[in-house]
Design a protein around this ligand. Structure first.
Ligand code: S3P
Length: 274
């Protein structure tokens, strides 16, 4: 399991028709990494298409070729984005190898997957019942290896950076802020007036102190950060919760990163910039 993709390959897994290849290409662009489609790499090396390989050598032999291709792809020194074929996770060796990297699951429901697979030459998408059976059987394997679930490049890029988020979490902050240690709530005067009470209530007994910042760019001053350093009472089991827009999340995050050689912090953004 990996917390982010720093220094690791991003490996995309998911059922046939989940969109791994197009997601992988877009994610490669976002992260400025090269993108490898494993099926395409197999076809190029073999000089044959996947349906030809299945027909001539059978599925077992295809899986051995696929395992080898995963090994080669993961051995590349520069972190890249790699889309695996839908069945690659059925190999225990592959599951073990990709565990050292950042694995993103691309989800799809079975009806959409079947509609997308129809009319393609995928050897394992010829019979709908068999297709559904594979879908059910592989679901647990995908979830077992995934570090994150994402179906669009923005979500995948955030996940690769180790950023997780949840919409509408304000009233569940007490359980969403990782750990069970104390928290310090940081917000500007405007946001405190709008959401402060709800955030305080949600943090419940975990709330240790509340800190109000000046609204807007004026918060980004060393004097404001110095005041936060002196007001915070957290030990290293504590978490700073920065509630607000970009200025608050900048200042809250900076203060947390420089307090006691760094304590965890959580952004609760109320704006896109935040
Ligand atoms: C397979 C999926 C295919 C390809 C091969 C086998 C599978 O890749 O590797 O046809 O077993 O699910 P896509 O997931 O890219 O379609």
């Amino acid at each position: 399991m990996a917390l982010n993709a720093l220094g690791r390959h991003v490996v995309l897994v998911g059922f046939m028709g989940s969109g791994k290849t197009s997601l992988g290409r877009q994610l490669g662009d976002r992260l400025d990494r090269s993108f490898l489609d494993l099926d395409a790499a197999i076809e190029e090396r073999a000089g044959k298409s996947i349906p030809e390989l299945f027909a001539e050598r059978g599925e077992d032999e295809f899986r051995r070729i696929e395992e080898h291709a995963v090994r080669v792809a993961l051995a590349a020194p520069d972190p890249s984005v790699i889309a695996l074929g839908g069945g690659a996770v059925t190999s225990e060796e592959t599951r073990r190898r990709i565990a050292d990297h950042f694995v993103v699951l691309c989800e799809v429901d079975v009806d959409l997957a079947w509609r997308r697979a129809l009319g393609t030459d995928r050897p394992l998408a010829r019979d709908e019942q068999e297709f559904q059976r594979l879908y059910e059987a592989r679901g647990p394997l995908y979830r077992q290896v995934a570090d994150a679930v994402a179906n669009d490049p923005d979500a995948a890029a955030l996940a690769a950076a180790g950023i997780t988020w949840e919409r509408g979490g304000l009233d569940r902050l007490g359980e969403l802020v990782p750990g069970d240690g104390p928290t310090a709530l940081v917000a500007d005067a405007n946001v405190m007036g709008i959401y402060g009470a709800r955030a305080q209530e949600a943090l419940g007994p975990r709330l240790q102190t509340t800190h109000e910042l000046p609204a807007g760019e004026g918060a980004k001053e060393t004097g404001v950060v110095a005041r936060l350093w002196s007001e915070l009472r957290l030990d290293r089991a504590g978490t700073v919760v920065a509630l607000g827009g970009g200025c608050t999340t900048d200042v809250g995050g900076f203060a947390a990163a420089t307090y006691l050689r760094g304590v965890p912090w959580v952004a609760v953004p109320t704006t896109l910039v935040g």
